[in-house]
Design a protein. Structure first.
Length: 70
């Protein structure tokens, strides 16, 4: 499992996290995967594109997982 650091920010938008992790090439691709129900946050399917991901959330896309830290 990978780790993403918020670096002092309170949260990151789900679609931005997918882009920064390199799991998608564009925001449009991220939004499409989220809308299709391919992304999970803490084990639950998340379909809200602007979903705020904060400390200790675990985001999963297919075989990729990341835990968010401060």
């Amino acid at each position: 499992m990978e780790t993403f650091h918020l670096n002092g920010q309170p949260y990151i938008k789900l679609c931005d996290l997918l882009k920064l992790q390199g799991w998608v090439d564009s925001g449009a691709a991220a939004k499409a995967l989220i809308a299709q129900g391919d992304v999970k946050v803490d084990g639950e399917i998340e379909t809200r594109k602007p979903c705020k991901i904060s400390k200790n959330n675990i985001v999963t896309l297919i075989n990729n997982s990341v835990i968010v830290k401060e």
